[in-house]
Ligand binder design. Structure first.
Ligand code: AMP
Length: 527
């Protein structure tokens, strides 16, 4: 029994080990990814270039070719803060807003698609790209370098409004991109003022108040990334660091002060800090900042400024917050950003055991079934070629308009495809890997995981794309023996989501062997 188990474990490990030589790999079946070097089955994705490859041998050839053709200076800029799996696919260099040419009803429909509600007078239309905002060119570059290729929903609406000097009260959670919602207008504002007036003495132009030291540190870090290479210096005024250093920085000239109210009051009471030119004030987590603990300090700082534009961000906008915000700033525009739930619990998961050769047929059945097809749909596949071929096959077999989206498409194509998806012109997108933040903008009702991804993390992320606030999405996953590496975790995930585990999966010998190995380990450790 022991040796059998070992054999089974060893042989499955050998089966799943990476193929060294191209000749060890089988030929690709129709619809499967092909190695970009030799055309055999592209079982793996090269971690450096994201291309489909069949073996280590072809990976090495690919990398050596890449090294020959890629001059260091031409390498794409490293992304900051963005997980590698995030693939942003709206474009830059788009000088028109999506809302140009759209009527009121269409703009409202767009807002509803990105879960944005607004209240107030003269609210500008949302933008779908940073380049529609007439930002300083260097700031646009910094956004791109940071991986911010498209704005998140809250940014789409609050950035254009802030750039019009409006006072804002925005409901946005951490994780929604709220920091850049105020930092982009701040950097733009400061750069424009500094480029007009080259005064020697550089008094602060903007201030961000946040309730905790940690939040301030994060805000300042992001401000530095966005303001890099621009006349934009920052000072952090928080506890735990010497006041002398903080005042020294401010006196040497900064554009932005980021700080906690208590520490700022402390600093203002001890030193002479000129705040007369602060014309933009951000109150982050304003619901917390206007509570008793901070309220007096915040108001004291506010009174030291001369009528700045005020941008307030809060997790929720209660009547109380609204009332207090109104006492601080006039003619407020309210922006409510919906909170798409990222938990896969609000998604109904349906796992279906489908042999590889039957997957297409099964997919077409779902897409043509009145009962099961719930557009808009994102189909996740394992390779770029697979995405192209499958989208074509969907068009032919079902008559539904489907387009593929992946890293090989030009930025213009990606933007056009997403725009059509967003506007409801195409109901099905076939995508490789994880569609990054951009897909969060879209109201996806159904996700079909045609090819199981390589990890459960990615699986959970893909399932989560169908999860929207206030409605239950569906994630259908095709699974077969080829996905055995993930069986155990998948079963756990399905069970905890209350989903039915397909009989073939529940009875799989691979599932059993994994458990046996675990049990054996337990015995070994005397558990
Ligand atoms: P925040 O809600 O500001 O805490 O942002 C959450 C995360 O999203 C941070 O890691 C940001 O760097 C990132 N982020 C913010 N805006 C964008 C964007 N437009 N595109 C991609 N990532 C973003």
């Amino acid at each position: 029994m022991e040796s059998n188990e070992n054999n089974l474990t060893d042989s499955s490990a050998a089966e799943s080990s990476v193929k060294e030589r191209s000749c060890e790999q089988r030929e690709a079946l129709p619809g499967e990814p092909r190695c970009v070097i030799c055309g055999r089955y592209g079982e793996y994705i090269c971690d450096k270039t994201d291309d489909d490859i069949c073996s280590m041998e072809c990976k090495n050839i690919l990398l050596s070719r890449h090294a020959d053709t890629t001059m260091p200076a031409l390498r794409p800029p490293r992304r900051v803060n963005i997980p590698m799996s995030d693939e942003c696919f709206y474009v830059r260099d788009d000088n028109i807003t999506i809302s140009q040419g759209l009527n009121r009803a269409q703009i409202e429909s767009l807002r509803s698609k990105i879960d944005i509600c607004v209240k107030g007078q003269f609210v500008p239309d949302p933008v779908l790209s940073f380049t529609s905002c007439d930002l300083p060119q260097k700031l646009e570059q910094n956004l791109e370098t940071a991986g911010y290729i498209i704005p998140t929903p809250v940014q789409m609406q609050s950035i254009p409004a802030a750039l019009l000097n409006k006072n804002l009260l925005v409901s946005a959670d951490t994780g929604s991109g709220k920091t850049a919602s105020f930092l982009v207008p701040i950097v733009s504002h400061c750069t424009r003022i500094r480029s007009k007036c080259l005064a020697e003495e550089k008094k602060p132009l903007a201030m961000v108040l946040a309730p905790t030291r940690e939040l301030c540190v994060q805000v300042e870090e992001q401000a530095k990334v966005l303001g890099k290479g621009l006349p934009f210096k920052t000072a952090l005024v928080v506890g735990g660091e010497a006041l002398a250093g903080q005042i020294y920085r401010i006196q040497n000239g900064v554009e932005l002060i980021v700080g906690t109210p208590g520490r700022l009051i402390d600093l203002l009471s001890k030193y002479d800090v000129e705040l007369s030119e602060v014309s933009l004030l951000v109150l982050d987590e304003v619901d917390c900042m206007l509570q008793k603990e901070f309220q007096d300090q915040v108001m004291q700082i506010f009174r030291a400024l001369s009528h700045p534009q005020v941008l307030m961000f809060s997790a929720t906008i209660s009547q109380e917050v609204e009332k207090m915000a109104n006492t601080i700033a006039k003619d407020l525009i309210y922006i409510y950003s919906g909170k798409p739930s990222r938990s896969s619990k609000s998604v109904k998961q349906i796992a279906i055991w489908v042999e590889s050769k039957q997957k297409k047929k099964k997919l077409f059945e779902i897409l043509m079934s009145k009962q099961h097809y719930k557009p808009p749909v994102v189909v996740f596949v394992g390779s770029r070629v697979g995405a192209d071929l499958l989208s074509e096959a969907i068009n032919v077999a079902t008559g539904l308009r489907a387009l593929s989206i992946h890293g090989e498409k030009t930025m213009k194509d990606r933007r056009d495809i997403l725009r059509m998806f967003l506007m409801g012109e195409i109901p099905v997108i076939v995508s490789t890997g994880v569609l990054g933040r951009g897909i969060d903008l879209l109201k996806v009702c159904q996700v079909i995981i045609f090819d199981m991804p390589n990890s459960m993390d990615e699986y959970v992320h893909q399932v989560g794309r169908a999860s929207r606030m206030g409605q239950e999405g569906t994630a259908i996953v095709f699974v077969n023996e080829g996905d055995k590496k993930l069986f155990r975790e998948l079963v756990q995930n399905l069970k905890s989501a209350g989903a039915v585990v397909p009989r073939e999966l529940a009875n799989s010998k691979y599932l059993a062997s994994t458990y046996t190995v675990n049990n054996r380990n337990k015995r070994k450790y005397g558990l």
